[in-house]
Design a protein around this ligand. Structure first.
Ligand code: HEM
Length: 215
């Protein structure tokens, strides 16, 4: 049987390309957006990671999701430092989620509560992406808005405690391959991963409407 890590990667390939091709991402990477748009995007991530990471304590002992719960991945503290830098000390009072972000965060929360395999699909889609393409976004953001390299503003993209991301990703794929899933279970997790990508694309679409640069 094909390793699950290969299956989930190939099965979500098309959704990955679609997320990457979104106008908002293109504008962000192309340096066509202002700092306000970057801050708005970072704020949306806060809601998603709040949903992902408020579940970790409870899921740490779960046989399916537990092995994926790793303190070195946690992004919420970094996001909060970035937001304080981008928005100032009162950033928390001004937090607001786009409807698409609420939908995304709700889905993550629902999976965290009821379906550990679905939670892993969301976990994979975010953290493995952050460890990969996230590094390209960091580089562009540092250049576009003059953040200190790996400093405030882009800490979300910096995994201080992961010295070797490639090795970490290999270990992560081994965890995926070891998931106790039968064929139907694999299909369901892959389906949730596609949904996770679609939820991200929906957030990009909403951000693109708010910051219509390429139009
Ligand atoms: C313009 C934006 C993006 C760029 C440039 C980008 C780029 C990349 C690159 C270069 C990889 C490494 C592939 C490899 O290891 O062979 C990757 C992997 C990945 N990306 Fe993205 N990506 C982007 C957006 C996204 C988004 C929006 C998501 C989902 C929220 C995402 C999720 C993932 C995942 C889950 C992987 C790991 C695939 C695997 O090895 O299993 N990416 N991305």
């Amino acid at each position: 049987m094909e390793p699950f890590s290969t299956l989930i990667r190939t099965a979500s390939h098309e959704q990955h390309a679609e997320a990457e091709a979104s106008a908002f991402m293109g504008d962000l990477l192309g340096g066509r957006l202002g700092l306000t748009a970057y801050a708005r995007y970072t704020e949306q991530l806060w809601f998603v990671y709040e949903a992902l990471e408020s579940a970790v304590e409870r899921l740490a002992a779960d046989p399916v999701a537990g092995p994926f719960v790793r303190p070195e991945l946690l992004r919420l503290p970094a996001l909060e430092r970035d937001l304080a830098h981008l928005r100032g000390p009162d950033w928390r009072a001004g937090l607001s989620a786009l409807p698409a972000t609420l939908t995304y965060a709700d889905r993550v929360r629902k999976c965290a509560e009821r379906w550990p395999g679905g939670y892993v699909a969301h976990h994979y889609t975010r953290y493995l992406g952050d460890l990969s393409g996230g590094q390209i976004i960091r580089d562009r953001a540092e250049k576009a808005w003059g953040f200190a390299k790996k400093g405030d503003g882009v800490r979300f993209y910096v995994f201080e405690e992961i010295a070797n991301p490639a090795a970490f990703k290999r270990g992560y794929r081994e965890l995926l391959d070891a998931m106790p899933l039968d064929d139907l279970g694999r299909q369901r997790v892959v389906g949730e991963c596609k949904r996770a990508f679609a939820l991200n694309t929906d957030v990009f679409r909403a951000l693109g409407e708010e910051f219509p640069q390429s139009a």
